[in-house]
Design a protein. Structure first.
Length: 279
């Protein structure tokens, strides 16, 4: 590979430039005071190392180039998910390389924003070529933590909970629904249409630990949501997707993301009443 293509901007602790001479990379790592275990080489220049990022976060990385999870906004991660979805479509169509401009034009995105978002984690493109679709897909999946299976439990076996548990798209993206919970005797011991077992909510902590659940989905009535969330906090689960309406007091150590369908509908109602759709 020409020397010009090897010169990449390095984000310490996340990516390392391609170089056949691994001692050269090792010397750069030592000069920056970084452990060699954090570096992996790939043929196209960069390899994401989730373990090393977590390690640096725990150590409290300092300096302008230190990027912790807290510094990455949800808007950025949301856009990375969109980019990944677009790349999946391109890959399925047999496209091997794509530029930020072509990606933006085809999927109605912003080319400058794409470059800015990706540059936050390193430089992936090759001058004159653009991005290799398969490799950028791999990097984005690693950045988003999708390079492993994530085990999910749904709390609430009502219509919404059952629909979420049986949605096949989650499994395709690496999210495996392993358990459901409810308090209704008529539902306990039953299964969803796709075979997800429904457990007694009283056994929540025990089952979550046994099934090694990573993410919990709350689909319970609003009046039960806070109590159930507090129980989840005591089980060791750190991530919760909430579909219950209203505001919840989030326990320490929990990352909560809420989806309020009513609020979204009311926003559309406002548009119809006052926007172009109004009388």
């Amino acid at each position: 590979m020409p020397a010009a293509q090897r010169r990449r901007r390095v984000v310490p602790g996340i990516f390392v430039p391609y170089a056949p001479d691994t001692n050269r990379c090792g010397s750069r790592a030592r000069a920056r005071g970084l452990p060699l275990a954090g570096f992996r080489l790939s043929a196209l220049g960069f390899r994401y190392n989730p373990w090393f990022v977590k390690r640096r976060d725990k150590q409290g990385a300092q300096g302008d180039t230190a990027h912790s999870v807290e510094q990455v906004s949800e808007l950025t991660t949301n856009r990375l998910s969109v980019y990944l979805r677009c790349l999946n479509l391109l890959d399925a169509s047999g496209v091997r390389t794509v530029s930020s401009q072509a990606l933006a034009e085809q999927f109605h995105l912003n080319a400058a924003q794409i470059r800015k978002d990706l540059a936050y984690f390193g430089e992936f493109g090759v001058r004159g070529v653009g991005y290799y679709v398969k490799d950028l897909k791999l990097h984005l999946r690693q950045i988003l933590g999708l390079d492993r299976k994530l085990r999910v439990a749904v709390l609430g076996a009502g219509n919404l909970g059952l629909a979420l548990a049986d949605y096949p798209g989650f499994r395709r993206e690496g999210f495996e629904i392993v358990a459901m919970f409810d308090s209704a005797d008529a539902k306990i011991g039953d299964e969803s249409r796709s075979g997800v077992p429904i457990h007694d909510i009283k056994e929540l902590k025990k089952v979550l630990r046994r099934e090694r659940v990573d993410i919990v989905v709350l689909a319970v009535p609003a009046e039960s949501a806070q109590h159930v969330l507090d129980q989840v906090a005591g089980s060791g689960v750190k991530a919760v997707l909430n579909f219950s309406p209203g505001t919840l007091k989030v326990p320490a150590g929990i990352k909560l993301k809420s989806v309020d369908l009513t609020v979204s509908l009311e926003s559309l109602s406002f548009f119809l009443a006052h926007g172009d759709g109004g009388a």
